[in-house]
Design a protein around this ligand. Sequence first.
Ligand SMILES: Cc1cc2nc3c(=O)[nH]c(=O)nc-3n(C[C@H](O)[C@H](O)[C@H](O)COP(=O)(O)OP(=O)(O)OC[C@H]3O[C@@H](n4cnc5c(N)ncnc54)[C@H](O)[C@@H]3O)c2cc1C
Length: 350
Amino acid sequence: MTSPDLAPRATDEPLRVACERLREIADRSAVDGPWQSGGMRLLADLGILGRFVPADCGGSGASEPRLVATLASLAHACLTTALAVSQWAAAVRVITTAKAPVRAALLPALARGETFTTVGISQLTTSRQHLGRPALMADRDGDGWRLDGLCPWVTGAEACDTIVAGAMTPTEGQMFFMVSTAATGLAIDCPLNMLALSGSRTAAVRFRAVRPTHAIASPEPNAPRTGGLATTALAIGSARAAIEIVGREAGRRDGLAPIAAGLSEDLADLTGRLDRAASTAASASEREGLRAAANDLVLRAGQATLAASKGAGFVRGHPAERLVRESLFFLVWSCPQAVTDALLCDLAGR
Ligand SMILES: Cc1cc2nc3c(=O)[nH]c(=O)nc-3n(C[C@H](O)[C@H](O)[C@H](O)COP(=O)(O)OP(=O)(O)OC[C@H]3O[C@@H](n4cnc5c(N)ncnc54)[C@H](O)[C@@H]3O)c2cc1C
């Protein structure tokens, strides 16, 4: 079974080559991470990372529809690597809003994969919001800044040279700070052992009087930053991988054909909606609607894959058990509160 809308376009040879190779090294990426396995290096060498960097800063500045399609294809090949790329791209997106000298100093090396970066911003949006005080604070310190506190979630912290951290300031609202992972006062916890995606080497990062190398004012200091299309793209790519397995099973068992066809139809519909949303700068509520639909599909597809694969799919190492575990990631990752609330009501039958 194929979903042509999500497969790398016939003309997109670098992405096709990248996805094929990512699949080959997926087992190593799932344990050691895509930095150690060579996945991130490969994506830099093939110019895939450069797509996320503007053309005047050493990248190729691909369009939004192309970027979401790229992320979906990567997630289809290896969700661990796609998560790492999405966090790298979130950091790059912040740096792109900086003043010209900062962009020029940081972005070309990132596009070439000479240095790797990641992002720790969830403490501004979806993590630790109930505590009533910011998890990471930034205070003026002479001619610069100092950071104190915690980023509870940073994908690939141990493997990256820098982190773009989001912090609250006393007078200027939320700001972003570029921090070297070798900075004095910065400590990276052991990577978390998680239900899935432990290869993302996600860890908490602690700051004690850490001096960032660059400060980047937030273009919209109070705007919510959840419900972006990247998270939806990853869910769609993961759903496609699961639906392909149902399709393979359907090739052997007639009864599954309508199940595979129904899921494929939903996938094609959602893929079209994602493409349109990326082309038209969708509103926050449209983006949330898409994320809710993508969460629904990836969860249904994961469970359908397991049910279709039967007991064999329940055995550790079968793609179905991995996909069903990975599908649960979308319940918690950068999920807008409204989407979580609606899902919880559904689960409670309200
Ligand atoms: C694999 C993975 C990788 C990630 N990578 C990154 C990354 O690279 N960068 C990044 O910025 N983010 C990342 N995230 C973070 C993610 O986007 C979310 O911010 C995170 O999942 C939110 O979960 P939390 O436990 O921190 O939420 P919290 O809201 O802090 O909840 C934690 C606990 O606090 C309690 N609690 C919650 N709300 C309340 C309340 N209202 N009253 C009382 N108690 C409450 C509950 O017991 C809850 O279990 C990652 C997440 C995952 C799972």
